[in-house]
Design a binder for this molecule. Structure first.
Ligand code: NAI
Ligand code: MG
Length: 329
């Protein structure tokens, strides 16, 4: 069977790194049919809308979406896509690779971030000048769903521990709802260790001792901040893929943006986009191919077969080619 994959390159280096990821996907021989769609600043200029209905329809009827990056309109495009695809889970792995200069080579963790509620969806208000409020919505339904997702991921990926990250000493009501849901989920997965930790102390421990963490499950705002912190530990956003999963097609996107300073020069680092391709393969059940892509990326990084930002001699497609050459090893 052919899997229908919607490809949205977007702006800047988005299409460049996406092309590299597609080359690797094609080389794996997975039975994918790619259809390209437009979105982003360029599309907004040309058509008056950043995310055309045709792109949305294409994404909705696909099995998975591969997204590059969008420019100034990124928030509109990606937030709308996540909402339409009902992608309530944001999975952000941070794994240090040998050969990549980084702060904490021991880092190997997955942050599972709730993507549908929390601080970013409750709305803000300004009841009087100089006074503004933000509402944080936490439900048992969404908390239990994301906690189960974290445990299921831990088992599938061979991680032994899930840490629920919260601030229940201050956010007593909302984080009690969150933690009670996490505890209920934890009982269903007795083979995985479960712990709870306060978000501020987690931030410190992630810097000092990242090996304490395997899978982190947390609410929207904390997950947003901690996942960038984790990216900083492993050598920056250029290394980080992410997956948005939920009730509709899954969407995979590098964490970085359009890198306007290097766009159009063929020198963007495709690592994050290629690791997105590996996550997509794994999501659709092609575990061996996903493993092969990740191993090939690791080999390239270890051997210095990388782009200039990591000190290597290759361009974007050159690195894709180097990954492809190592696929069978
Ligand atoms: P950025 O991630 O585009 O760039 C930050 C720095 O990292 C730049 O120096 C850039 O050259 C470098 N960089 C990023 N990706 C790289 C790669 N693959 N290879 C080598 N170097 C890379 O973030 P910035 O500058 O804050 O945002 C630029 C534009 O991207 C803005 O318009 C922003 O709205 C958009 N953006 C889009 C995102 C998305 O589509 N998901 C996420 C973040 C930003
Ligand atoms: Mg963020």
């Amino acid at each position: 069977k052919q899997h229908e994959i919607a490809v949205i390159g977007g702006d800047g280096v988005g299409p460049e790194v996406t092309e590299a990821a597609l080359a690797v996907l094609e080389a794996t021989g997975a039975p994918f049919n790619f259809t390209h769609y437009q979105a982003g600043d360029g599309t907004l200029e040309a058509t008056g809308v950043a995310l055309p209905q045709e792109t949305l329809d294409g994404a909705m009827k696909s099995e998975a979406v591969l997204f590059g990056a969008a420019g100034a309109c990124a928030a509109q495009v990606i937030l709308r896509l996540r909402a339409e695809l009902k992608a309530w889970a944001n999975l952000r792995p941070s794994k240090a690779y040998q050969g990549v200069p980084c702060l904490r080579p021991e880092t190997d963790m997955m942050i599972v971030r709730e993507n549908s509620e929390g601080m970013y969806f409750g709305g803000e208000d300004e009841p009087e000048p100089g006074k503004a409020t933000a509402t944080r919505i936490i439900t048992d339904h969404a908390s239990y769903r994301i906690a189960r997702c974290a445990f299921e991921f831990a088992i599938q990926a061979g991680y032994g521990k899930v840490t629920a990250v919260h601030k229940v000493n201050v956010l007593k009501k909302t984080d009690t709802v969150f933690l009670e849901a996490c505890r209920r989920a934890a009982k269903e997965f007795p083979q995985v260790a479960y712990e709870e930790a306060l978000v501020d102390s987690v931030a410190m421990r992630m810097v000092l001792k990242p090996e304490d963490f395997q899978v982190i499950v947390t609410t929207n705002l904390f997950g947003d901040i901690l996942s960038d912190l984790a990216a900083g530990l492993i050598g920056g956003l250029g290394m980080c893929p992410s997956a948005n999963l939920g009730d509709g097609p899954a969407l995979f996107e590098p964490v970085h943006g359009t890198a306007p300073d290097i766009a159009g020069q063929g020198k963007a680092n495709p690592t994050a986009a290629i690791l997105c391709a590996a996550m997509l393969l794994r999501h659709l059940g092609y575990t061996d191919k996903a493993d092969a892509v990740e191993a090939a990326v690791a080999a390239c990084l270890a051997q210095g077969q990388t782009t200039g930002d990591l000190g290597g001699p290759l361009g974007t497609m050159g690195m894709a080619q180097a990954v492809i050459e190592r696929l069978g090893e």
